[in-house]
Design a protein around this ligand. Structure first.
Ligand code: MN
Length: 443
């Protein structure tokens, strides 16, 4: 169902919300992504909304609109809550029915226009919250290029571990420190082991990094003990957002053995407000394939559908703006351009693998894709790769350079899909700013 094109994808559709018809908008009527928002400075409860052009359709208000059928109003009521979890739990058929109803109601000439005008809020007038109550956060490692680049730095003689091409590698992260786009966070403090030292240092991280990732939100879960097969894995996925999984490489390098990353990863991760549904992404599916010299996926990670259309061609970009650049009002520097199509494992494979042992997923759970580096160096999606471990700092257009992030740096992730014959589907922005480390007083 998630793979098929239908009337909601039609390039010719136009909305009575004029800004949705603008060339280059992230949010045309073919997109209809979900977020949680409220009008800024009102203190009103957060509620779910759907982006249309530069506006948001407030689902809490739309649920009261009489021109919607009883069935659709029930779905809209799930969106009246302060998180998307209730809507996520309803399942793929419900999401698709709601998408169709909203697509029809927002089209030029729709009878709902008169009632829905008053349910619109300008995106410039709102603040967002993390879109779901994220019970569990799992971070994967799905770029073989990232795994190889990083592996070279930690283990030059043996960059890619023997399990990589067989098992989708992941670890259980922490959900409490996931924040929504626009937030600032303090540079983390911790233990690091400088090269050649005999005892660790303690202080602010000196190798603070980004990780350009996508966040995959689980919709309907599964009962403990009951795996989700790859054939219907995507029916359990609500949609995809942008995720910056900030990382302190120096803390990571000292702490990660033998159990993996810990405090180097859990001080902050930034998620975009907007979740783009898999259905909206249907025109941008591409075949999944493996180089013939690589092992083919085991049967539980393989399906005809996954081979034909399991990958997604989502364009991704990272912009860096330093405090000096903002002061001088110069444009941010683009430091990476890549695509999700380079991932070694697909969304369906991640769901099938995560649950194959009976592990239960719940509505609102989040998977990080892992840093989505592409095959070439300018497609590297973390500074540790772009600067070869800090040895080759990036030269910024204003004359500054960066080996790793400095205080005051802002990083913006952007994502979009574009091709002839299909509407542009955008993800909006995922932005965060680094504040100086807090002063840490020891007893
Ligand atoms: Mn990560």
């Amino acid at each position: 169902m998630m793979h098929t094109l239908n009337e909601t994808h039609d390039l010719q559709l136009r909305s009575w919300v004029a800004s949705a018809n603008t060339v280059g908008t992230d949010f045309p009527i073919q997109n209809l992504p979900f977020a949680v928002f409220r009008r800024r400075n009102t203190g009103e409860p957060f509620r779910c909304g759907v982006a249309i052009g530069d506006q948001i359709l407030d689902l809490r208000l739309a649920a009261e609109v009489p021109s919607f059928s009883e069935d659709i109003r029930k779905l809209l009521q799930a969106g009246a809550q302060d998180k998307l979890n209730a809507l996520m739990a309803l399942g793929a058929q419900a999401w698709s029915a709601l998408r169709l109803a909203l697509s029809r109601a927002l089209r030029e000439g729709a009878k709902e226009e008169k009632d829905l005008q008053s349910c619109l809020v300008a995106q410039t007038d709102v603040e967002y919250d993390v879109p779901a109550r994220i019970g569990d956060y799992t971070d994967f490692y799905t770029s073989v290029y990232h795994a190889t680049n990083i592996g070279k730095q930690f283990r030059p003689d043996n960059p890619l571990l023997p399990n990589y091409k067989w098992v989708p590698i992941g670890y259980h992260g922490r959900s409490s420190s996931i924040v929504v786009s626009g937030r600032e966070f303090h540079r983390p403090v911790g233990q690091t082991m400088p090269p050649g030292a005999s005892a660790p240092s303690f202080g602010p991280s000196k190798r603070l990094d980004i990780e350009l990732e996508l966040g995959i939100f689980v919709g309907t879960g599964n009962a403990l003990g009951e795996p989700i097969g790859i054939q219907n894995a995507e029916d359990h996925v609500f949609g995809i957002a942008l995720l910056n999984d900030w990382s302190a490489r120096d803390i990571q390098g000292w702490e990660y053995q033998p159990l993996g990353p810990f405090l180097s990863k859990n001080f902050a991760s930034t998620i975009s407000p907007w979740i783009v549904t898999l259905e909206a992404l249907a025109p941008y599916r591409v075949p999944f394939s493996r180089p013939s010299e690589d092992p083919q996926p085991l049967p539980y990670l393989d399906s005809e559908q996954n081979r034909q259309s399991g990958s997604l061609d989502i364009q991704l970009e990272v912009g860096l703006s330093t405090a000096k650049m903002r002061e001088a009002q110069v444009q941010e520097a683009t430091i990476c351009r890549t695509s999700y199509r380079h991932a070694y494992w697909t969304v369906a494979q991640l769901v099938a693998h995560h649950t194959v042992n009976g592990c239960n997923l719940q509505p609102g759970d989040l998977f990080g894709s892992g840093t989505l580096s592409g095959p070439s160096l300018d497609q590297a999606a973390a500074l540790v790769e772009l600067t070869q471990g800090g040895k080759q700092p990036l030269q910024l257009p204003n004359g500054e350079s960066r080996a790793f992030l400095e205080d005051g740096d802002s990083v913006v992730l952007r994502g979009w899909c574009e091709k002839p014959g299909a509407a542009r589907i955008g993800f909006g922005e995922c932005k965060g700013t680094v504040l100086p480390a807090r002063e840490y007083k020891t007893a």
